[in-house]
Design a protein around this ligand. Structure first.
Ligand code: FES
Ligand code: FES
Length: 170
């Protein structure tokens, strides 16, 4: 067995120290060590996108990264999206409004994939949106309402001049 390593992670703006085996994925570290259960485990093979988080502003599959690789990087999980407890941000709200979720299993990953897209492209085409969520599988919605949700969120972010991802998290 490999010896556990102390790793300092910056998660949702806070420095969190964990001691994990080098083979422990970022996904398992977030869920099991830091109790951030909004990052969902699906295939655990890089196929479904349920485990998507932002690392330095890019949407990545946390089941394909080791926690020790992420030292010094800015990690954002779905828990950082809501402005305050019980509230939703513009992207989450748009998903609700357009019925862009049903069971919700894919939703954290979809919202973070959307956040990453909208941080670099304020006025995406439907093709851009499809491309951005192409690594995220949804078994329920048929994707149409998710695309509508992201289109609506983009419009609202533009109109209110709000950044999809705060500067400090990029
Ligand atoms: S759980 Fe990571 S891609 Fe499916
Ligand atoms: S809402 Fe159920 S998997 Fe997407």
């Amino acid at each position: 067995m490999t010896r556990p390593m102390k790793t300092d992670l910056k998660v949702n703006g806070e420095l969190r120290s964990v001691t994990v085996e080098p083979r422990m994925t970022l996904l398992d570290t977030l869920r099991d060590e830091l109790n951030l259960k909004g990052t969902h485990a699906g295939c655990e093979h890089g196929v479904c996108g349920a485990c998507t988080v932002l690392v330095d502003g890019d949407a990545v599959r946390s089941c394909l990264m080791f926690a020790v690789q992420c030292e010094g990087m800015e990690i954002s999980t779905i828990e950082s999206s809501a402005p305050t407890e019980g509230e939703m941000d513009i992207i989450q709200d748009s998903f609700c409004e357009t019925h862009g979720l049903q069971c919700g299993y894919c939703t954290p990953g979809m919202v973070l994939a959307a956040k990453s897209l909208l941080a670099r492209e304020a006025d995406p085409t439907d093709e851009d949106i499809r491309e951005a969520i192409s690594g995220n599988i949804c078994r329920c919605t048929g994707y149409g309402q998710i695309i509508e949700a992201i289109r609506l969120a983009a419009k609202r972010l533009r109109e209110s001049n709000i950044a999809a991802v705060p500067e400090a998290s990029r």
